[in-house]
Ligand binder design. Structure first.
Ligand code: NAP
Length: 315
């Protein structure tokens, strides 16, 4: 009999890759989708239309399914958007995660079967850290509503681990793919580079080109989630490439991949895209994930950008 996994956020970038991966591995995959918003990519996923903040409905679906693995990926995932509605972000990304941990703990107590819970945390819990690279010991000091809500869920993971639920909180650094929505700067850049190469667009407007991030390939980060759920002991893990690049590096790589030598004439700096309290350097040290989970990134920065541009040139 195949094992059962439940994924929240299954319509998102990571959720869709995770579902593909688990289905390929022979899992029975269930996914939570928002009511009226079933955009899952595979008919093999059994969907349940529930908002993550509907605690009663989430509790009963977890109790009914008693999944062996529960991946909580649902979130309002844009830092920029989190300034528009900080309270809703706290409800979904923070309280929603805690309520789900409680539901999983209860289902485990009642059913007697262990549930491995993976929480999608974020490097934004560190805010602007005083040291780089960051690891699992770096103090939490979020500087935006998204990071604060993720920090609550991250602390909750420790609380529920102490209570007997195997919760692994994965401190994910930025990870990209052709499935990244256009509201994220990376995809905005690759789509614009492709459109400019095709002659459909002239200009790309960006904020701070000097902002630096540690960018990885989304399917690699999903692989880390599966490894964490499979591991007999739950823990916190930084998942990162360890290499930081600037937005300028990303732009240059994207335009080169699109066959455009000079990107500068096409890029306009627009202060409207500057974020309040933008973290300048987030770079992670994934030593624990490498040593304990045997995880490492398989796709380089250049390959990742090339793959995104290739996809955008074809679509
Ligand atoms: P994403 O593409 O934005 O997907 C987020 C998912 O959450 C979507 O399926 C969305 O549904 C769902 N969702 C949002 N609000 C919900 C609600 N109230 N009830 C139920 N579902 C809800 O994000 P992602 O890039 O795959 O990221 C996956 C997780 O990793 C997120 O928790 C994110 O915060 C975290 N993370 C991501 C990165 C990254 O670089 N990608 C970095 C650090 C942490 P709709 O499709 O209906 O909107």
């Amino acid at each position: 009999m195949s094992r059962r996994a439940l994924i929240t956020g299954v319509t998102g970038q990571d959720g869709s890759y995770l579902a593909d991966r688990l289905l390929a591995d022979g899992w029975e995959v269930h996914g939570i989708v928002r009511p009226g918003d079933d955009t899952t990519r595979s008919a093999e996923i059994t969907t349940h239309e529930i908002d993550l903040t509907d605690t009663d409905a989430m509790t009963s679906v977890v109790r009914d399914l008693t999944p062996a693995h529960l991946y909580n990926l649902a979130a309002i995932s844009s830092v920029a958007q989190s300034w528009d509605d900080p309270v809703e972000v706290a409800r979904v990304n923070g309280l929603g995660a805690l309520a789900l941990m409680e539901a999983a703990w209860q289902a485990q107590e009642e059913g007697g079967e262990p549930i491995a819970f993976v929480q999608a945390s974020s490097a934004e819990i560190f805010g602007e850290p005083s040291s780089a690279p960051q690891d699992e010991q770096t103090p939490l000091r979020p500087l935006n509503p998204y990071g604060a809500a993720k920090a609550l869920a991250h602390l909750g993971a420790e609380v529920y681990r102490q209570r007997g639920l195997a919760v692994s909180s994965l401190i994910l650094y930025n990870h990209e793919s052709p499935r990244r929505p256009e509201r994220f700067v990376t995809r905005k850049i690759t789509m614009a580079a492709a459109a400019i190469a095709r002659g459909d667009q002239d200009e790309l407007r960006l904020g701070n080109l000097d902002a630096r991030r540690d960018w990885g390939w989304a399917p690699d980060y999903v692989d880390a989630m599966v490894r964490a759920a499979d591991h007999p002991e739950a823990a916190d893990y930084v998942i990162a490439t360890g290499e930081s690049r600037s937005v300028r590096d990303f732009v240059e790589a994207a335009f080169t991949a699109a066959g455009i030598d000079a990107w500068e004439p096409h890029v306009t700096i627009d202060p409207a895209f500057y974020r309040p309290a933008d973290a300048t350097e987030l770079v992670g040290r994934a030593t624990r994930a490498r040593e304990v989970l045997g995880w490492e990134p398989s796709v380089s920065f250049q390959e990742m950008v090339k793959e995104m541009v290739r996809h955008d040139l074809e679509s």
